[in-house]
Design a protein around this ligand. Structure first.
Ligand code: PAF
Length: 281
């Protein structure tokens, strides 16, 4: 796997990958890779497709009191993991390459960005939409792969790709989970052993709530029960909500695909998860 850190080298390397009829797929990441990222690379590795991964810990999507400075950085281990996963090219820009002096542009998506993580983390999705737009222009992929764990992020990206006419297929890949059900996340390493044991209350509460809503129980009461279960497990709650799976509007119609979304805090660690609720499912 080639590793490039300079924009001209990136463009030359992508052009070399893109032979006659070859598609290019991009897997954007912030590094500290785990099996969830490997699943993205594997989903992207289709016949006739070359896979480019990017690692960039994007400062503009972190709030002032968030974990930018302690976000795990493990370049050598990440390079090994991507090589073993069969990735063809790694784009590793510096902050100065991504945001040169004078940089003054923001991509802002209204609607899909407004609630949930957008409300809890003001400016977060502006940072995501801006950096992902830049990655799309830098790599010019035919397809890009994102995990469904960051479900709202996926909705925001789908929105600006449609609005700004990026000719890129956006593919959502199901959340990868540890054996006990906790969604894989680079931030899980912040949890101590006791917090890690308690953390499985998050997927459990979402599973219980999704089954109850599917059985036709009152959604507001079910969401309250889920909040009680999570608080009992030691979590602080940012939100537990039911939304339309496509627009993320709250109070979704029951005959549409819906998504149950949650963000909780354990000590200094914020965890998110979500689960699908299909009509008639
Ligand atoms: O999901 C992530 O790792 C990041 O938000 C992304 C999409 C790479 C943008 O920085």
């Amino acid at each position: 796997m080639d590793v490039v850190r300079d924009l001209n080298a990136l463009r030359e390397s992508v052009a070399a990958l893109r032979g006659e009829g070859t598609r290019v797929a991009l897997v954007p990441t912030m590094g500290a890779l785990h099996a969830g990222h490997v699943a993205l690379i594997e989903a992207a590795k289709r016949p006739g497709t070359k896979v480019v991964a990017s690692i960039f810990v994007n400062p503009t999507q972190f709030g002032a009191n968030e974990d930018l400075s302690r976000y795990p950085r493990r370049e050598m281990a990440d390079i090994r993991m991507l090589t073993e996963a069969g990735c063809d090219l790694l784009w590793l820009p510096s902050v100065e390459t991504m945001y040169p002096a004078g940089f003054a542009t923001t991509v802002k998506v209204t609607g899909a960005s407004d609630g949930f993580d957008g409300a809890s983390r003001p400016g977060h999705f502006d940072g995501v939409a801006t950096v992902v737009s830049k990655l799309f222009n830098q790599v010019a992929p035919d397809a890009a792969y994102f995990g469904e764990k960051d479900y709202q992020q996926l909705a925001v990206i789908r929105r600006f790709v449609a609005d700004l006419d990026f000719p890129i297929d956006i593919v959502g890949v199901p959340t990868q989970r540890d054996d006990d059900g906790l969604a894989m996340s680079s931030r899980n390493i912040y949890l101590d052993d006791e917090q890690r044991r308690q953390a499985i209350a998050l997927p459990r509460a979402l599973g219980v709530a999704a089954r109850a809503i599917t059985r036709g129980e009152d959604a507001d009461a079910v969401l309250d029960d889920a909040r009680t279960m999570l608080t009992g497990a030691g979590f602080g709650i940012d939100y537990v909500a039911l939304a339309d799976a496509e627009t993320l509007a709250e109070n979704p119609a029951e005959d549409r695909p819906r998504r149950l979304l949650a963000a909780v805090r354990m000590g200094g660690t914020r965890l998110i998860d979500n689960i699908a609720i299909e009509p008639g499912g």
